[in-house]
Write a protein that binds this ligand. Structure first.
Ligand code: ASP
Ligand code: MG
Length: 408
């Protein structure tokens, strides 16, 4: 007998029909003698619908009220799924985040989990219940409802698995695992049997939407055995996130991640003196704008240099506004921006022991006439910023150049 936490995303509970299908899958695991905790998202589109309603009233909705509002989506699905399980003759019981007592900090709309009271859940499990928990939500010390940020149900699932020391955390979604890249762009993309935790963390932070990045971080911290699977297939092993590298078969590159939401900002003719990076990025950070890649060149004439960085496309206008002010304070020549950029990244722990990956990447892009605007590397990834209109082409040719359609 194992204790399994299963998380079902919005599409998996998007209709009554699908909720009944989830109940059937849960029942199969129960019939095998396992204890099952189920975490569900709101029905597809529901969270967006609720956010839309709020914005019809307040252009910047009050964060506390926003959390009271959007947490209702998950409250609907936990009740419906519990009823569906009962209809199948199972004992089931639903819990909101506050009822479990998933304690979070007070950062509304992006709260972090601090602790989980798992005693009630354990008692119900021992009593033969399937426990159904609302994803994405918690409660702060003062009893205010909080939510964990978009996609936060993944994090609820992993956090519960950690708290209950579950044998496995299964994330059911509308794809059957983690792919070498998005199959909508590269039809030959291959499903990975395993991916290392570090690679998954990079993929999630670089734009792969399969798992919320905080869920991956949580899994790493508590060594939760995590698996991504399809809720639309009966069979299938999905993709297992592993903590060990396979020394025999470890591929050099495991996947290609990409992100269309990049915008690039350049400050030209910046005086080359101590404190200048802070003078530029300090005000950007104070405005709560996340900066991704940063490049500063050596000043060719010894007095001035150029400074470029990327931000999320939604923040582009704000970032440009801030830099226009900075330009006059520091006496820079010009501020330029481009919000039609995209980032493509190769990810693989095998890079640590292989050279020539970067040059192969650059050669491949050059052969297609794709200009590289920025480059950044870490131990297990290489990212380039390119013109958005070449994104799909770049992903396709790189997938081919690194033989990702073939298993290692
Ligand atoms: N319902 C929330 C969202 O759409 C949380 C989740 O689905 O993970 O972001
Ligand atoms: Mg989701």
């Amino acid at each position: 007998m194992a204790l399994i936490v299963q998380k079902y995303g919005g599409t998996s509970v998007g209709s009554i029909e699908r909720i009944k299908n989830v109940a059937q899958r849960v029942a199969r695991f129960k019939a095998q003698g396992h204890q099952v905790v189920v975490v569900v998202s709101a029905m597809t589109g529901e969270t967006n619908r609720l956010i839309g309603l709020a914005k019809e009233i307040q252009s910047h909705p009050d964060p506390r009220e926003m959390d009271v509002l959007v947490s209702t989506g998950e409250q609907v699905t936990i009740a419906l799924l519990s009823m569906a399980l009962m209809e199948m003759g199972l004992k089931a019981k639903s819990y909101t985040g506050a009822q479990v007592r998933i304690l979070t900090d007070a950062a509304h709309t992006k709260a972090r989990i601090l602790s989980i009271d798992e005693e009630n859940l354990r008692r119900d499990l021992d009593g033969g219940h399937v426990v159904v928990v609302a994803g994405f939500q918690g409660v702060d010390e003062k009893g205010n409802i909080t939510t964990l940020g978009r996609g936060g149900s993944d994090t609820t699932g992993v956090a519960l698995a950690a708290a209950l020391k579950a044998d496995e955390c299964q994330i059911y979604t509308d794809v059957d695992g983690v792919y070498t890249t998005d199959p909508r762009i590269v039809p030959e993309a291959r499903k990975l049997k395993t991916i290392t935790f570090e690679e998954m963390l990079e993929m999630a932070s670089l734009g792969s939407k399969v798992l919320q990045i905080r869920a991956v971080e949580f899994a790493g911290k508590y060594k939760v055995k995590l698996r991504v699977l399809s809720s639309f297939e009966e069979e299938g092993e999905g993709t297992l996130i592993t903590f060990e590298e396979d020394t025999m078969e470890q591929p050099i590159i495991s996947g290609i991640a990409f992100n269309r939401d990049e915008a690039k900002v350049t400050v030209l003719g910046v005086p080359d003196r101590p404190g200048i990076a802070y003078a530029i990025l300090g005000p950007v950070a104070d405005a709560n704008i996340d900066v991704d890649m940063i490049i500063q060149n050596v000043g060719a004439d010894g007095t001035t240099t150029d400074f470029t960085f990327t931000v999320h496309r939604n923040e582009f206008t704000r970032a440009m506004g801030i830099l226009k002010d900075v330009q006059s304070t520091i006496g820079a020549r010009e501020v330029k921006g481009d919000d039609k950029t995209a980032k493509v990244s190769l990810v693989g722990v095998g890079m640590r022991s292989h050279s020539g990956i970067a040059s192969n990447m650059f050669k491949t892009l050059a052969a297609e006439g794709i200009n590289i605007q920025m480059i950044s590397t870490s131990e297990i990834k290489i990212s380039v910023v390119i013109d958005e209109k070449y994104l799909e082409l770049a992903v396709r040719v790189l997938h081919k150049a690194f033989n990702l359609e073939q298993a290692a």
